[in-house]
Write a protein that binds this ligand. Sequence first.
Ligand code: ATP
Ligand code: MG
Length: 420
Amino acid sequence: MSVKAVRGFSDILPSEIWRWRLLEERAREVLDGFGFSEMRIPILERMELFSRSIGEETDIVEKEMYTFADRNGDLITLRPEATASMARAYIEHKMYAFDPVAKLYFIGPMFRYERPQKGRYRQFHQIDVEVFGISQPMIDAEVMAILMHYLSTLGVNGCELQINSLGCPRCRLPYKEDLRTFLRDHSLQLCPDCRRRMEKNPLRAFDCKAQGCQEVMTDAPLVEDYLCRECADHFAGVKAYLESMDVPYRVNPRMVRGLDYYTRTTFEVIAEGLGAQNAVAAGGRYDHLIEELGGPGVPGIGFAIGMERLILLLPDQAHFYGPSLFIAALGEEAQREAFALSYRFNLAGVRSMIDYEGRSLKAQMRRANKFRARYVLIIGEDELRTGKAILRDMEKSKQQEVPFPSVFKEVISRLKGGSV
Ligand code: ATP
Ligand code: MG
């Protein structure tokens, strides 16, 4: 039996790769333009980095992490998200010593042991954006504006930005207490998971998909009624700055996000047409994370975009990355000519292709068609004798003779402006 890929882990095939490149290239363009710097983090971290930051009572840490002991017996985890690693790196390299403000991003795979389905995989990819060192609501609005701008440059419309504030530990304490009391009063209608978690992490009942829990939660107390003065002002500021940039949003007072480190602003981008896995990006503020991980008292805010889900939203455009030039040659001498010429084109960065197998001219033209070559250069015995090749424009179905010495310049100049 042949060996297959591990469940939930996918190959990205050449026919798909242009979508990934588009997402990555556009992300770098937009983020570089907004003053962000790319960095790269390791695939593995010590397990406690995630259990300490994301929180023990969360889906990720409870059941989704790929954790194993390495040969030394140290527990290590395949990163399930990037924020904790980015914060660790910021602390470890004392990036704050130069300036507390760091605007960073990272693109790469994440790993979570979940049930694979549409929009949910065990290896998936994120574009992760983090800003350390700014507490003002301006930056909350700015990162959301950048996210929405990025989506629109990809032609992805029909997304809704939903925002909420979870307050700070000070206002969340009495809120959690009241929510716990409420949940205890309705515990018979709750699913076993929520009943088990309600003492330690009552907020998670908002995320539960069980029908009974959802019914109960429609009447649950909301965090917006508990925000302290500073948190309420911060949230008002975020909304005002979003409005000043004409970024549409909707307040969703039931969005709580599944990670422990969030404080104040949280947000999600919900897309139409993704089915149950409809959050294409999510993030929030984490004002105590850096300190809790042993760094200075520096606030932070960030988000992550799910690339697989974003790809499902890309407008469907035919895209085939075929060769710019196919050199069809007949006869041994012509083939040698084609080989040398094609190499010269490749050195100049032109996607040029030849047939190595000495097939008939007809078969070579069929291949040029199959691979959707933009131009075909035909070199047969006649052409060798007259010192001219035939250059065929496959899009326009027009051809002309070009003397050998001018072939290289002619093809390059025709491709110039278009993609080579
Ligand atoms: P969900 O509620 O869908 O499980 P989440 O709250 O666990 O999402 P985050 O940790 O906030 O997700 O990650 C940010 C984004 O990464 C999500 O909005 C989603 O687009 C994407 N994402 C998360 N988990 C997966 C996965 N298993 N497969 C594919 N994409 C994912
Ligand atoms: Mg999840």
